[in-house]
Write a protein that binds this ligand. Structure first.
Ligand SMILES: Cc1cc2nc3c(=O)[nH]c(=O)nc-3n(C[C@H](O)[C@H](O)[C@H](O)COP(=O)(O)OP(=O)(O)OC[C@H]3O[C@@H](n4cnc5c(N)ncnc54)[C@H](O)[C@@H]3O)c2cc1C
Ligand code: SF4
Length: 327
């Protein structure tokens, strides 16, 4: 049993100051952090409990979009009428994440910050080599069991998949993370592993997520989230896709299209090549299937995860065709 201190923060500034100290970690719903501490991956010297901070669990919607407080519970956001109406992909991604109990406990800020489910990362007593956990130690997954690992955005140092659903929907619609006053696009908030897989987010010590802002748009209003997984609930994505179109004045041709992939990349993955290929087109099956193949341009497999290269374009096509049917 490892000793740690516990502090209940009573303001954002106090939380930030406490979290800036070496060995300190923020505690929100605790659904990931406590797991990681139990398996010896997270070794906090102090936990800074932010769950009682006032005003960080609100959801504000106006004509510009939605601002979701970092401490809003996943279930609350998923079920919010303004989110369901203006950002269905966000609501659907949350509904399909984790379990009802976890969604009631977990916060959206904690959800963005969740770590990979790479089994080697989560088993330090049996697998010493993990560059994400211990920089320079190697990667047990490369040459190991790779069925759940990424095919996009990987490096020689790490091939771990980013597992979250919410961020996949957010990256499609240019959502922005609020770190107090600082603003970072979700796409820039998540970092590629490169040679430093231990650094996953563009967040510095002493910063915390205070809110997530999702710009309102026609594409976001018509959006959807499709998740394919080994079982129909309580499972991470084998591949997922968020998408949303904006139609031109003729009501059929696509003026703007947003597409992002989850479960197949080292970060939430915007599929811009698919978006570009379908602009100006009608969302009919042949064109959609051809364009969806571009989602995995540059993909690299490690044996057992090859199926993701086949699966991801089908999931993208399914999401886009669902949008076409809904038009
Ligand atoms: C069995 C299981 C299945 C799951 N399935 C899915 C799934 O299908 N899809 C999915 O998306 N997720 C899934 N999850 C992950 C789950 O959604 C996360 O555990 C949850 O969202 C984390 O939120 P939390 O508030 O509990 O975070 P915590 O566990 O409290 O914190 C997680 C991390 O975020 C940091 N943190 C928390 N809040 C902030 C903040 N405001 N600013 C900066 N850092 C912060 C903490 O320091 C910690 O490092 C699953 C989890 C479990 C245990
Ligand atoms: S894939 Fe990444 S997280 Fe998994 S063992 Fe290799 S370095 Fe660690």
């Amino acid at each position: 049993m490892r000793d740690f201190s516990y502090l209940r923060a009573n303001s954002v500034d106090a939380a930030r100051q406490a979290a800036a100290l070496p060995g300190a970690m923020l505690l929100a719903g605790g659904t990931t952090l406590i797991d990681l501490a139990k398996c010896g991956v997270a070794e906090p010297d102090s936990l800074v409990d932010i769950t009682h901070l006032k005003g960080l669990d609100t959801i504000e919607i106006d004509e510009r979009g939605a601002v979701i407080g970092a401490l809003a519970r996943m279930s609350h956001v998923a079920d919010h009428a303004g989110i369901k109406g203006g950002f269905p992909a966000v609501s659907e991604a949350l509904w399909q994440a984790a379990s009802a109990q976890l969604r009631n406990m977990a916060t959206v800020g904690g959800n963005l910050m969740q770590r990979t489910r790479c089994p080697y990362f989560r088993d330090p007593s049996n697998f010493g080599a993990c560059n994400k956990r211990e920089p320079g130690s190697g990667c047990s997954a490369i040459g190991g069991v790779t069925r759940g690992h990424a095919v996009l955005g990987t490096s020689e140092a790490c091939i771990a998949t980013y597992p979250g659903d919410l961020a996949t929907a957010l990256v499609a619609f240019d959502a922005v993370v609020h770190l107090g006053e600082r603003r970072v696009l979700v796409d820039d908030f998540f970092l590629l592993p490169g040679t430093t897989p231990q650094k996953e987010h563009a967040i510095e010590p002493g910063e915390m997520i205070t809110a997530i802002e999702v710009p309102g748009s026609a594409a976001a209003r018509r959006s959807t989230y499709v998740k394919v997984r080994d079982r129909q609930s309580y499972e991470f994505a084998a591949a997922s896709a968020a998408g949303g179109p904006q139609r031109a004045a003729d009501g059929r041709t696509v003026r703007d299209l947003r597409v992002a992939l989850g479960g197949v990349a080292t970060k939430p993955w915007r599929a811009r090549a698919v978006e570009e290929a379908l602009k100006g087109k009608v969302l009919e099956p042949k064109a959609v299937r051809a364009a969806s193949l571009l989602a995995v341009e540059g993909a690299v497999d490690h044996g057992a995860n090859h199926y993701k290269i086949e699966l991801a374009p089908r999931v993208v096509a399914r999401a886009i065709l669902k949008l076409g049917e809904a038009a």
